[in-house]
Write a protein of this length. Structure first.
Length: 135
Protein backbone atom coordinates (compact mmCIF):
# COMPACT_ATOMS: atom_id res chain seq x y z
CA UNK A 1 0.00 0.00 0.00
CA UNK A 2 1.48 3.38 -0.98
CA UNK A 3 1.52 6.44 1.27
CA UNK A 4 -1.74 8.34 1.79
CA UNK A 5 -2.10 10.81 -1.08
CA UNK A 6 -4.62 12.95 0.82
CA UNK A 7 -2.15 13.47 3.67
CA UNK A 8 0.60 14.16 1.13
CA UNK A 9 -1.55 16.88 -0.44
CA UNK A 10 -2.21 18.38 3.00
CA UNK A 11 1.53 18.46 3.74
CA UNK A 12 2.19 20.06 0.35
CA UNK A 13 -0.36 22.80 1.09
CA UNK A 14 1.31 23.55 4.43
CA UNK A 15 4.73 23.71 2.75
CA UNK A 16 3.50 25.66 -0.28
CA UNK A 17 5.95 28.38 -1.27
CA UNK A 18 8.91 27.08 0.73
CA UNK A 19 11.94 26.70 -1.51
CA UNK A 20 14.03 25.00 1.16
CA UNK A 21 11.84 21.86 1.21
CA UNK A 22 12.21 19.04 -1.30
CA UNK A 23 9.79 16.17 -1.74
CA UNK A 24 11.30 12.77 -2.53
CA UNK A 25 9.83 9.33 -3.01
CA UNK A 26 11.91 6.87 -1.03
CA UNK A 27 11.56 3.53 0.72
CA UNK A 28 8.03 3.14 -0.63
CA UNK A 29 6.90 6.37 1.02
CA UNK A 30 7.24 10.09 0.59
CA UNK A 31 9.91 12.14 2.35
CA UNK A 32 10.04 15.89 2.81
CA UNK A 33 13.57 17.16 3.29
CA UNK A 34 14.84 20.46 4.62
CA UNK A 35 18.22 21.36 3.09
CA UNK A 36 18.93 17.67 2.52
CA UNK A 37 17.80 16.41 5.94
CA UNK A 38 14.50 14.58 6.28
CA UNK A 39 11.99 16.51 8.41
CA UNK A 40 8.91 14.34 7.94
CA UNK A 41 7.93 11.21 6.09
CA UNK A 42 4.74 9.51 4.97
CA UNK A 43 5.22 5.76 5.11
CA UNK A 44 3.60 3.23 2.84
CA UNK A 45 1.77 1.91 5.92
CA UNK A 46 0.06 5.26 6.38
CA UNK A 47 2.24 6.60 9.20
CA UNK A 48 3.26 10.24 9.51
CA UNK A 49 6.83 10.19 10.83
CA UNK A 50 8.40 13.26 12.35
CA UNK A 51 12.13 13.98 12.73
CA UNK A 52 13.25 14.41 16.34
CA UNK A 53 16.62 15.23 17.82
CA UNK A 54 17.98 13.19 20.73
CA UNK A 55 17.47 16.23 22.98
CA UNK A 56 13.70 16.46 22.37
CA UNK A 57 12.84 12.82 21.72
CA UNK A 58 11.62 11.94 25.23
CA UNK A 59 9.70 15.22 25.59
CA UNK A 60 8.02 14.60 22.23
CA UNK A 61 7.12 11.01 23.15
CA UNK A 62 5.33 12.35 26.25
CA UNK A 63 3.00 14.46 24.08
CA UNK A 64 -0.48 13.41 22.99
CA UNK A 65 -0.80 11.47 19.72
CA UNK A 66 2.88 10.52 19.62
CA UNK A 67 4.35 7.04 19.73
CA UNK A 68 7.80 5.60 19.06
CA UNK A 69 8.65 4.17 15.67
CA UNK A 70 9.02 0.42 15.65
CA UNK A 71 9.40 -1.22 12.27
CA UNK A 72 10.10 -4.93 12.11
CA UNK A 73 11.12 -4.90 15.77
CA UNK A 74 13.62 -2.10 15.24
CA UNK A 75 13.33 1.35 16.81
CA UNK A 76 14.18 4.43 14.80
CA UNK A 77 15.46 6.87 17.40
CA UNK A 78 15.48 9.86 15.04
CA UNK A 79 11.75 9.69 14.30
CA UNK A 80 8.43 9.41 16.09
CA UNK A 81 4.98 8.58 14.73
CA UNK A 82 2.28 11.22 14.91
CA UNK A 83 -1.06 9.43 15.07
CA UNK A 84 -3.84 10.51 12.69
CA UNK A 85 -5.72 12.36 15.46
CA UNK A 86 -2.59 14.46 15.99
CA UNK A 87 -2.67 15.83 12.45
CA UNK A 88 -6.42 16.09 12.01
CA UNK A 89 -6.50 19.89 11.53
CA UNK A 90 -4.36 22.06 9.27
CA UNK A 91 -3.02 23.95 12.30
CA UNK A 92 -2.00 20.72 14.05
CA UNK A 93 -0.33 19.37 10.92
CA UNK A 94 1.52 22.66 10.39
CA UNK A 95 2.72 22.63 14.02
CA UNK A 96 4.22 19.15 13.63
CA UNK A 97 5.78 19.95 10.27
CA UNK A 98 7.44 23.07 11.71
CA UNK A 99 8.80 20.98 14.59
CA UNK A 100 10.20 18.49 12.09
CA UNK A 101 11.86 21.28 10.11
CA UNK A 102 13.34 22.76 13.29
CA UNK A 103 14.66 19.35 14.33
CA UNK A 104 16.16 18.70 10.90
CA UNK A 105 17.84 22.13 11.01
CA UNK A 106 19.17 21.48 14.52
CA UNK A 107 20.64 18.17 13.41
CA UNK A 108 22.42 19.88 10.52
CA UNK A 109 23.92 22.65 12.63
CA UNK A 110 24.80 20.26 15.43
CA UNK A 111 26.90 17.99 13.24
CA UNK A 112 30.57 18.02 14.15
CA UNK A 113 32.90 19.25 11.48
CA UNK A 114 34.38 16.49 9.38
CA UNK A 115 37.96 15.73 10.15
CA UNK A 116 40.10 16.06 7.11
CA UNK A 117 43.44 14.43 6.93
CA UNK A 118 45.71 15.89 4.34
CA UNK A 119 47.08 13.14 2.21
CA UNK A 120 50.39 13.75 0.59
CA UNK A 121 50.13 13.75 -3.11
CA UNK A 122 53.14 12.80 -5.21
CA UNK A 123 53.74 16.50 -5.94
CA UNK A 124 53.86 17.30 -2.22
CA UNK A 125 56.23 14.40 -1.58
CA UNK A 126 58.57 15.65 -4.28
CA UNK A 127 58.49 19.17 -2.84
CA UNK A 128 59.20 17.82 0.65
CA UNK A 129 62.16 15.74 -0.61
CA UNK A 130 63.58 18.74 -2.46
CA UNK A 131 63.30 20.95 0.65
CA UNK A 132 64.98 18.28 2.78
CA UNK A 133 67.81 17.95 0.26
CA UNK A 134 68.48 21.70 0.44
CA UNK A 135 69.03 21.58 4.22
Amino acid sequence: MPYDEKTADRVRRVLNGRRDIVEKKMMGGLAFTFRGGMCCYLSRKGYFLLRVTPEVREQTLAMAHIKPTDFAGRRMSGFVIVEPDGIRTKAALAKWIERGIANAAAMQTGKPARKTTAKKTPAKKCAAKAAAARR
